[in-house]
Design a binder for this molecule. Structure first.
Ligand code: NAD
Length: 347
């Protein structure tokens, strides 16, 4: 069947040509320990220093991953000539002053998502890095997750013809009392949902003209803002996207994560581990691809690898700070639409 012979070598993240860049990790919390550093260890990347305002976090991270230097003082990382890339794994609200200092020190930056909670901060960080001549990439690492790379590969090959519909349905529960998640305003759209918003740009290759969103508060929820959204993206092209994320489903037995990509010649349905393809010319046949590898932590090696490759080739990385302005603009528009009940124009 057309374009459906998919080899893992085609979709699993490839190592960059040069991987000896010195990495300074700033922010030694959950995601750095749980995903960044395990992936970098597998890829053989060189983490030369780690830093956290909580010295005990920096020390324990250094011990766990064999990082030669740890500190609670950012200036020690910024003055280290062995650090070329700062891997910034702090929360968005802490990001802007750190990016300004890192850019002034001439270090390249891989920033965790969400890039910023406010447009002015995002724009300022992009401008500061461009003025300083440093490369800024946002870690939208879901683009390097094997299951998403399979989908992109199939779309690029034209397997399902013209893509006219993207539907994402995610059912989960992160409404955990006492966590930073429930205290963060608009977490579900701006912080977690940004992955699926950005992936929709990745799959369609387009940025929508306008966005509409609906949310609701659920009785008894812990989160300060809604944990369920429906977002509709409208384009100046023959395609539409619908993203539905219910992140407050207590009945975990019915959790799940599914993409449906419909094209004029066929359809694709994908979960974390399986991609199914059905073409209009042979509707009785269903090709099933069992995806090798997983988003956590493999995709984190892919995104850092993309930054290294971009530096080596002297080009902007795929998810540069400037590129990411388009993704976060959709997220901010969705929040605004959910509050006003009106569609938000994005141009
Ligand atoms: N798949 C993903 O991409 C993914 C998954 C989870 C979290 N995240 C993102 O990663 C970021 C961090 O999340 P987390 O769960 O690791 O949070 P966390 O609270 O566990 O870790 C953040 C760390 O940053 C440190 N920190 C704060 N200010 C600092 C400063 N000025 N200098 C140095 N260190 C500082 C804190 O002490 C803490 O250890 C968030 O933006 C979150 O959205 C991304």
């Amino acid at each position: 069947m057309r374009g459906m012979d998919v080899n893992p070598i085609d979709y699993r993240p490839q190592l960059p040509d040069r991987r000896d860049y010195g990495i300074g990790l700033v922010g030694c919390g959950g995601i750095a320990n749980g995903a960044h550093l395990p992936a970098y260890r597998t890829c053989g990347y060189r983490v030369v220093a780690c830093c956290d305002v909580r010295p005990e976090a920096a020390e324990s991270t250094a011990q766990k991953f064999g990082i030669p230097k740890w500190t609670a003082d950012l200036d020690e990382v910024l003055s280290d000539p062995d650090v070329q890339i700062v891997d910034l794994a702090v929360h968005a609200s802490q990001r802007r002053p750190l990016v300004e200092r890192i850019a002034a020190a001439g270090k390249h930056i891989l920033s965790q998502k969400p890039f910023a909670m406010h447009w002015a901060d995002a724009q300022r960080m992009v401008e500061v890095c461009e003025a300083a001549g440093v490369t800024l990439m946002v870690n939208q690492q879901a683009r390097w997750a094997p299951q998403h790379r399979v989908l992109k590969l199939l779309l690029e090959r034209g397997t399902v013809g013209h893509l006219y519909s993207v539907l994402h349905v995610l059912r989960s529960c992160q409404d955990v009392a006492g966590s930073w998640i429930v205290a963060l305003e608009h977490f579900n759209i701006i912080d977690h949902g940004i992955h699926y918003i950005d992936l929709t740009r990745y799959f369609t290759g387009l940025t929508p003209q306008r966005v509409k969103a609906t949310t609701t508060i659920v009785p008894g929820q812990h989160a300060v803002t809604p944990m369920i959204y429906s977002i509709t993206c409208e384009y100046d092209a023959d395609v539409m996207a619908t993203l539905h994320f219910n992140n407050i489903i207590r009945a975990s037995g019915l959790h799940g994560n599914t993409w449906y990509l419909d094209g004029t010649d066929g359809s694709i349905m994908a979960t974390h581990s399986t991609v199914e393809i059905c073409l209009k010319d042979s509707p009785g046949e269903r090709q099933v691809i069992q995806v090798q590898g997983s988003w956590f932590p493999e995709a984190f090696g892919g995104s850092m690898g993309e930054l290294m490759q971009a530096l080596t080739e002297g080009r902007p990385p795929q998810t540069s700070g400037r590129d990411n302005l388009q993704s976060i603009k959709i997220a901010y528009g969705a929040v605004e639409s959910s509050q006003t009940g009106k569609a938000v124009e994005l141009t």
